[in-house]
Design a protein around this ligand. Structure first.
Ligand code: HEC
Length: 405
């Protein structure tokens, strides 16, 4: 029987709100380094902050690397099974491995595995989480289907329906309903109702399309807690600082900067204190914020952080009349007072931002298809995120806006 694309229109308001054990939730936070008050890891005698299990063993605890530097898999199935060199771990042995650095055979592990002074309760929470990680990785995936969530605003049924319709139409238009034996099903997910995910929830999506991320990071925290990968986030977060679970299809800060530099002509000066790596500057010199501007300069491309902008304003405030300032819109938004100060004297201010504020569903569908194909039949969230990152095409360009006084 040929099933076609099915679209669950029912708002699954509490789709992800379920009750995982506290321990799993705590374990997840420790694993990804998001828990408060964790002791620093130690390498030899040196305390080192910021080392996370996920950073070395991977988002899916699948390990990696080759030869001597091989990092072992530490998901529940791997630790719970004996290998040729060590017996299976139990919770206690796992705790010892973290604190003392002995594996389950009593061998002292190399210093490449830091020591973590975690309490028995913290180690236990990690142990529980690692036991569920494989299922979390496959949440929303079945033998013949994969469920993709579309973020919706609570209460707006029409907008919800439109998002679902647009995405499913864009998906159908690509003409490949089955990928690696799986059909894609789109469901509406109310972001406000997101809670920590439990792995056995039938309606958990594999990933979420288009949630709006707020500036204070509340939504992002919810999504991370739910373990949900995100494709094409909306909102004004700077796209260069997004965590690995969030893949944006919009131009990022580097791409915006490149577009600004491409504007540089003979009478342009580039003033920058943080030039994106590998960026060409059309053989124009790059000036520091307090350097004198060449007499003939008409247009000034500013790629400056706050301190640089302050210094530029202090040095050049009185020389800007008749000149045009060009800078990223994100800087204008982050420093409205400073930029306003410059705006009062410069003749013109032009800002660049990533094009396409609205969710571009054809681009989302294209990215989804590329990611699903590249991730293969053995579909996990981690494999999909890696595939997405490799296949991500820069569909969105950069657009310019004139800032009014
Ligand atoms: C800097 C990289 C790094 C970090 C961070 C790290 N590990 Fe490891 N881990 C390793 C390496 C490398 C090994 C293999 C060491 C050896 O066998 O000598 C290892 C081994 C292990 C083992 C033993 C696996 C086995 O099969 O015997 C466990 C368990 C483990 N790590 C858990 C964790 C946990 C939990 C965290 C976070 C609290 C963590 N690791 C953080 C690199 C890391």
């Amino acid at each position: 029987m040929k099933r076609c694309l099915s679209i669950a229109v029912a708002m699954i308001a509490a789709s992800i709100a379920t009750l995982p054990s506290r321990a799993e939730e705590t374990g997840q936070a420790i694993y990804f380094g998001r828990a408060d008050g964790l002791p620093a890891a130690r390498i030899g005698t040196i305390a080192q902050r910021g080392l996370t299990c996920a950073g070395c063993h991977g988002r899916d605890a699948g390990g990696g690397g080759e030869g001597r530097s091989r990092i072992p898999a530490i998901h529940g199935a791997a630790l719970g099974a004996a290998t040729s060199v060590r017996p299976a771990y139990d919770a206690e042995g796992f705790h010892r491995a973290l604190t003392e650095g002995h594996d389950s055979a009593g061998r002292t592990m190399s210093i490449a595995m830091p020591r973590f002074a975690l309490s028995a309760a913290q180690a236990d929470a990690l142990w529980h989480f690692l036991g569920t990680i494989a299922d979390r990785e496959r949440a929303g995936v079945s033998a013949n289907g994969v469920r993709i969530g579309v973020a919706t605003t609570a209460g707006d049924r029409q907008a919800t329906q439109r998002s679902l319709d647009d995405l499913s139409a864009a998906w159908k238009a690509r003409g490949r309903p089955v990928l690696h034996g799986r059909e894609v099903e789109f469901i509406a997910v109310a972001v406000d109702s997101l809670g920590p995910t439990s792995v056995d929830v039938a309606s958990t999506p594999f990933l979420l399309v288009g949630p709006t991320l707020d500036r204070d990071g509340r939504t992002l925290a919810l999504l991370q807690q739910a373990g949900l990968p995100v494709l094409a986030p909306q909102g004004s977060l700077t796209t260069d600082r997004l965590p690995a679970e969030v893949v944006s299809l919009r131009a990022n800060e580097r791409e915006v900067a490149a577009a600004l530099l491409a504007l540089a002509g003979p009478r342009t000066s580039i003033v920058a204190d943080m030039l994106p790596q590998g960026e060409q500057t059309a053989s124009l010199p790059v000036l520091t914020p307090d350097a004198p501007l060449p007499e003939e300069t008409q247009r000034i491309v500013l790629l400056l952080g706050e301190a640089g902008l302050r210094s530029f304003a202090a040095t050049h405030h009185s020389h800007l009349s008749g000149r045009t300032l060009v800078l990223p819109l994100s800087v204008v938004e982050a420093q409205p007072t400073l930029v306003g100060h410059l705006l009062a004297v410069a003749t013109d201010v032009v800002a660049a931002r990533p094009a396409g504020d609205a969710l571009d569903m054809p681009a989302v569908a294209a990215a989804l298809e590329a990611g699903l194909i590249a991730a293969g039949r053995n579909l996990t969230r981690t494999a999909f995120l890696e595939a997405l990152r490799k296949t991500r095409q820069q569909s969105a360009g950069v657009e310019f806006v004139r800032i009014q006084r």
